[in-house]
Design a protein around this ligand. Structure first.
Ligand SMILES: [Zn+2]
Ligand SMILES: [Zn+2]
Length: 97
């Protein structure tokens, strides 16, 4: 299995769906950066194969941030400037991680 497939499996898992739903509800459906419509649950410490099985990173509310698409893009543009990897889904959108 490719790296992206393993991470994708995590995103399909029930524990992630639950953590995501909880984060969205606890943030009041709003982007935590700009107050716009929250669309993406972002991992503050980016999820990798090395930490995806650590619930403190992968599903802990403290490591999650509800953001809108433009803030998410901006966050990743900044992270990518420091050499982080990004992923794109089949529609060309940046994958939440
Ligand atoms: Zn925003
Ligand atoms: Zn992100």
């Amino acid at each position: 299995m490719a790296k992206t497939e393993r991470l994708q499996k995590f995103y399909n898992s029930l524990s992630w769906q639950k953590a995501r739903d909880y984060k969205i509800a606890s943030a009041g459906y709003l982007c935590e950066v700009c107050g716009g419509v929250g669309e993406i649950v972002h991992h503050k410490i980016p999820l990798t194969e090395a930490n995806m099985h650590n619930p403190k990173i992968s599903i802990a509310n403290e490591n999650l941030q509800l953001v809108c698409r433009s803030c998410h893009k901006r966050i990743h543009d900044e992270l990518d400037g420091k050499g982080r990897r990004i992923y794109f889904d089949k529609d060309g959108n940046i994958e939440p991680y």
